[in-house]
Design a protein around this ligand. Sequence first.
Ligand code: GLU
Length: 409
Amino acid sequence: MNAIESASRYFEQAARLMDLSPNMKRLLLTPEREVKVQVAMKRDNGDIATFVGFRMQHNSARGPMKGGLRYHPEVDAEEVLALATLMTWKTAVVDIPYGGAKGGISVDPGQLSEGEKERLTRKFVDEIQDIIGPDTDIPAPDMGTNAQVMAWIVSQYHKFHGFNPACVTGKPLELHGASGREEATGRGVGLLTESLLSKHDRTVNGITVAIQGFGNVGSFTADYLHSRGARVVAISDVSGGRFEPEGIDIPTALAHVRRHGTLSGFETSRSITNEELLELDVDVLIPAALGGVITQDNAGAIRARHIIEAANGPIEPEADEILANRGIEVLPDILANAGGVTVSYFEWVQNRQYFRWDLERTRQELSRTLTRSFDNMWRLATEKHISLRTAAYLMGIGRVGRATVLAGI
Ligand code: GLU
């Protein structure tokens, strides 16, 4: 099943319960604008390289559109659009005043030098600068992009529109970034794991956790949960998985990745594949890398009690049903990984006020926002006897729908 079909299937499940009219459904699902551009760039050796870039603007009923920018070889129009719709529901679930968008370039950033990445980014901004901006659509980091890429975006945007750091979030601290933005998605995943377990009268202290992906999201999630006493028994990245039944020494793993870029060369008692990691017998499984990793083929083999969707779209709808029937609880992506966009919002607010918060304030506000959203979702799911995912979609779609009706067509 492709990304768009998955996203619409989850939307449909909630829409049915809400009795949304077909016309309203069509309005909410139809993207406002789809942009596809050529991004040509001179390589270091003088060759011309041509890539395709996208910015999909799904919905702006609740405010300027917001969403990351992904550099990955598998980026295509359909995937970016599906991710843009997820952003619309995500910003609504945590009730920050944004709509949803997503962008990307179909490129393997590992094959580019820093100079090539900079030229590619600036060229992409040249192509989309007229449709982004602090009041229209605000990009941010996602897979394959980081604070450095955001710094090039802000610099290139200035050339067209003058100084305006709120045009992009996830910037470096030295260039109007916000403290706590880099850790935000992973920290949010950790905080929400605590919220979920608290509903089962448990804390994270002593629980076993497996995390797929050790990039920005997975590594900060591991760090947070380890610091709260959880036993992170498995981690992985492109170099494969590491398994340690007694718990991996996360600070050492983090130091290794800081030094070498990947987990390659980091030894634990057993090496496992990324697929095997998903099937470990653990309390909490956290897919924090690619989408579509839990499918109808492996859902029957998952042994975790709870799954926290730190990645966007890691569970396909057929697998979601199998997991539900097997009593495995899923915390859905549109809340689970919303810590990143929440702190992006705090960064944008600070940029607009030219006022800087300290890390403690950011962490407090993040925790407040996520906990409130979690409690609302939990209450709704319990009252209506529905899954957490359907409850989150009901909240998100309901808010976007009401804003649309209030503003009028
Ligand atoms: N790319 C992140 C996401 O998928 C963050 C988006 C943002 O900060 O705007 O939620």
